[in-house]
Design a protein around this ligand. Structure first.
Ligand code: MN
Length: 502
C-alpha cells in the first residue's frame, strides 16, 4: 500500500432496476436477490472498495433522485446497474442525463442454471435480465453514454475479476477529481509533447496543475532539520545497498544527506499543499544542490505522481495508475523509451530516465549510488539503481492532440537482462513491444505517442480503455493484433469522429 494513497471508505453503489408492474411479492424477491449479489461482490476480496446495495428502482423519480445522490456523495466512485426484471428504459432518461460518475452495466442473472424440471412462467417473469438488460442497454447507447458492460454470472470468478478491475480504474478516476499537481518551473525549453492545455485538462480530467517557483521549494528544503536528515539517511542504509562512498563517515556522505534533505523538502511541500504529484525540470533548479533523483523515485513509490521536464500529463497519469494498482503486486513508474538494441531477431527497448524510475517496479534490491550527471550543471545526484523483472507490462502515454486528448497504450513483454550493465548508473528495464518491435515503434510514432510514459506491471490495457471512456477521451491500443494499415485508418477515422463529437 502506498503512503499517499487512501481509498478507505470508497464505495460503488449497486443499483437494480425494475418496475411496479410485477406486484409486491415479486419486487420483494428482486430486492432479496439483488442484495445477495451486492453482498457477494462486497465480500469479494478482489474488489478494493465497498459495494453498497441500494433499494430497487421502479420509477423515473426514484432513478432521478438516486442519480443526484450518486453525484453528490463524496465516497461513491460509480455505480453498477443491473435490471433484474424489465425496467422500461424511458424511466432512466432523466436520471442518466445527469449522471456524472462512471457506470458499469452488469448483465447477469440471479439463477445460474435453468431449473429444467421446474421452470414455469413465474420463474420466467422473475429472471428476465436477458431482455431487461437489453432494454437498458438501448437507452444508454441511444444517449451515447460511455459505460462498461460486464457479462457473466455474479458468482463466476472471471466476472468478479472484471468488476474488480473496473472498480480499480474508477478509483483512479475518482482520485483525479479535484486533485492538485504542482509543476516546479515550466516545461523543458522547446519540448512539444510534454506541454499541453492545462485548462482543457482540468475541464476534462478534474485535476488542476499549477506552477510554483522552485524558490518556494528551496525554502522548504532549507528548512529541514539535521536530525530528520540523519534519520532518513539511516533508512536509506537499511533499505538499499549503499555505495561505500555514501556511507556515514565516507567521502560522499554529505551528498547523501543533501539528497535526503531534498526528499524531505519536496515531501513536506506536497503534504502542506495537498498535492498528489509533481514535475520538475533540470533547467530550473535554482538554489537546489542536486537534481531530485532518489527523492522522485521514493516519492513515486509512496504513490505520488511524477514525471520529468515539466511533463504534468504523465505525472498525473502515473498518479492515477498508482491509485488503480494500489495494493496489487507489481508497480507503476514514470518511464522513457531511452535507447535501442537492434540485434537481428532480438530487438529490444531499454527504458529508463536520467534518474527517476520508481522503485515499485524494482526486480531486485536497489543500490543507492552517486554518479555525475552530464546535464543540469548541478552536483552529482544520488539515485537508486536496479533492474526490472521480466513479465507482461504496458506503456501508457497521454498526449494533447490540440482538439482532444489521446491515451495511447502499448503492451510489452519485459525481458530479464542477459548482460550486466556495470557502467549504467540508472534503473532500467528491457522490453519487447507487441506485436513486434518494428510495428510497435512505427505505430507509436504514427499515433504521436510521447517519449514519456507510465510503465505498468499491474494495470491492463482493457482497464485503461475503460479509464479513457470515463474521461471521454480517445483511446488507441497497440497490441498483438496491431497492423499498421488498420492503425492508420483508426487514427484518420478518429480525427473525423472527434471533430463532430465535441
Ligand atoms: Mn525525459
Amino acid at each position: 500500500m502506498s503512503k499517499s494513497i487512501n481509498t478507505k471508505g470508497l464505495e460503488v453503489w449497486f443499483v437494480t432496476g425494475s418496475q411496479n408492474l410485477y406486484g409486491e411479492e415479486t419486487l420483494k424477491q428482486v430486492a432479496v436477490h439483488s442484495s445477495k449479489i451486492a453482498k457477494s461482490l462486497n465480500d469479494a476480496e478482489a474488489i478494493p472498495v465497498k459495494v453498497v446495495f441500494k433499494p430497487v428502482l421502479k420509477s423515473t423519480e426514484e432513478i432521478y433522485n438516486l442519480v443526484l445522490d450518486v453525484n453528490s456523495s463524496k465516497n461513491c466512485i460509480g455505480i453498477i446497474t443491473w435490471m433484474h426484471t424489465f425496467s422500461p428504459a424511458k424511466m432512466w432518461i432523466n436520471g442518466l442525463k445527469y449522471l456524472q460518475k462512471p457506470m458499469l452495466h452488469f448483465h447477469t442473472q440471479f439463477n445460474r442454471d435453468i431449473p429444467w424440471g421446474e421452470i414455469d412462467m413465474d420463474f420466467m417473469n422473475l429472471n428476465q435480465s436477458a431482455h431487461g438488460d437489453r432494454e437498458f442497454g438501448f437507452i444508454v447507447s441511444r444517449m451515447r453514454l460511455n459505460r462498461k458492460v460486464v457479462v457473466g454470472h455474479w458468482q463466476d470468478k472471471k466476472t468478479i475479476t472484471q468488476i474488480a478491475e473496473w472498480t480499480r480504474i474508477a478509483t483512479g478516476w475518482h482520485d483525479w477529481q479535484g486533485a492538485k499537481f504542482v509543476r516546479f518551473g515550466d516545461n523543458m525549453r522547446y519540448v512539444a509533447v510534454t506541454d499541453g492545455d492545462k485548462v482543457e485538462a482540468e475541464l476534462k480530467f478534474g485535476f488542476s496543475v499549477n506552477t510554483h517557483g522552485v524558490g518556494d521549494l528551496v525554502g522548504y528544503i532549507n528548512g529541514i532539520k539535521e536530525t530528520a536528515i540523519t534519520k532518513l539517511c539511516d533508512e536509506y542504509a537499511a533499505l538499499y545497498k549503499l555505495m561505500p562512498s555514501l556511507k556515514k563517515g565516507a567521502g560522499q556522505h554529505q551528498s547523501l544527506r543533501e539528497a535526503a534533505k531534498i526528499e524531505l523538502g519536496i515531501r513536506k511541500f506536497l503534504e502542506d499543499g495537498g498535492f498528489k504529484g509533481f514535475t520538475d525540470t533540470f533547467e530550473d533548479l535554482h538554489g537546489m544542490v542536486q537534481l531530485p533523483g532518489i527523492a522522485s523515485q521514493r516519492l513515486m513509490a509512496d504513490g505520488y505522481g511524477f514525471a520529468g521536464e515539466g511533463d504534468w500529463k504523465t505525472a498525473a497519469l502515473v498518479r492515477a495508475m498508482k491509485v488503480m494498482g494500489n495494493g496489487l503486486k507489481g508497480g507503476n513508474s514514470f518511464m522513457e523509451d531511452y535507447t535501442y538494441h537492434f540485434e537481428p531477431g532480438n530487438n529490444l527497448v531499454l527504458g529508463s530516465h536520467m534518474l527517476e524510475i520508481c522503485s515499485s517496479i524494482a526486480g531486485d534490491k536497489p543500490s543507492c549510488e552517486i554518479h555525475p550527471l552530464g546535464i543540469g550543471g548541478k552536483a552529482d545526484p544520488v539515485r537508486l539503481v536496479f533492474n526490472v523483472a521480466a513479465g507482461p507490462a504496458l506503456n501508457a502515454s497521454l498526449i494533447d492532440m490540440g482538439d482532444r486528448f489521446r491515451l495511447l497504450v502499448n503492451e510489452v513483454e519485459a525481458v530479464a537482462p542477459k548482460n550486466k550493465l556495470p557502467k549504467l548508473p540508472v534503473a532500467r528495464v528491457l522490453w519487447k513491444p507487441l506485436p513486434d518491435f518494428n510495428t510497435a515503434c512505427a505505430a507509436w510514432i504514427y499515433a504521436g505517442g510521447a517519449h514519456h510514459t507510465c510503465y505498468s506491471q499491474n494495470i491492463s490495457s482493457e482497464g485503461l480503455q475503460d479509464f479513457a471512456e470515463m474521461a471521454g477521451i480517445e483511446y488507441v491500443l497497440i497490441d498483438k493484433t496491431t497492423i499498421i494499415p488498420n492503425l492508420k485508418r483508426e487514427l484518420r477515422v478518429n480525427d473525423v469522429v472527434y471533430k463532430f463529437n465535441k
